[in-house]
Design a protein around this ligand. Structure first.
Ligand SMILES: [Zn+2]
Length: 212
């Protein structure tokens, strides 16, 4: 790990949404999303504490373009809580698209945190729903276990990883995004905007490549 980020017992790796629908062939494929699976597996083996997140929507979820007449995937609408990108139907509960990528191999992960279950609101972040105020409980879980540094990998860099990193930083954790263990969707320059935003708020973007 570069940037002096030696892993210790108070560190946690959060693996964001490494699910079939976010990989090539899935309903909301992140380009080259599957490439990160072996990288994430190797990275996770170095952490004692690992949390997996899983996007887990009911049928007819608010974030699905199919639920908004006249709209199409990747349009943006004004939601009560702010702008919301509309997506293809994805990660519907108990479907194969919502399952983790079959090669994801992190048997020691202690927690699978599901998000996006509330029909009327989307949830990019592992910590808060998109209103930025309704908590998932993950802050309490991490604090209760004495975990102080949050490392993030997964899909997609410019949405769920970004919002999770920014919320973790806001909650007072030291935050590291392992960028080569992420892939982005890149809508209208969202990857570049994410890099700028993470830098602005003080999130560290690092790489596993130095000792791969
Ligand atoms: Zn979703």
């Amino acid at each position: 790990m570069s940037d002096g980020a030696i892993i210790d017992g108070s560190d946690v790796l959060i693996v964001v949404d490494v699910q079939n629908d976010f990989c090539p062939g899935g309903a909301l494929a992140v380009p080259r999303g599957d490439e990160i699976v072996p990288i994430v597996n190797r990275l996770a083996a170095r952490f004692r504490h690992v949390v997996l997140t899983q996007d887990w929507h009911p049928v007819g979820h608010f974030s699905f373009a199919s639920n908004h007449p006249g709209k199409k995937p990747y349009d943006t609408i004004a939601a009560p809580y702010g702008p919301q990108v509309l997506w293809p139907d994805h990660c519907v509960q108990d479907t194969s698209g919502a399952a983790f990528h079959p090669a994801l191999d992190i048997p020691h992960a202690a927690l699978v945190l599901r998000k996006g279950m509330e029909r009327s609101i989307d949830s990019y972040s592992a910590f808060y729903e998109n209103d930025r105020t309704t908590p998932t409980g993950l802050v309490g879980y991490l604090r209760n276990r004495g975990l102080t540094r949050v490392f993030l990998a997964g899909l997609a860099f410019d949405f769920c990883v970004r919002y999770s990193a920014e919320d973790a930083q806001r909650e007072g954790f030291a935050v590291f995004v392992v960028e080569d263990a992420c892939r982005g969707i890149d809508i209208d320059g969202s990857v570049a905007a994410t890099r700028r935003s993470l830098g602005r708020v003080g999130v560290n973007c690092i790489s596993t490549l130095s000792d791969a």
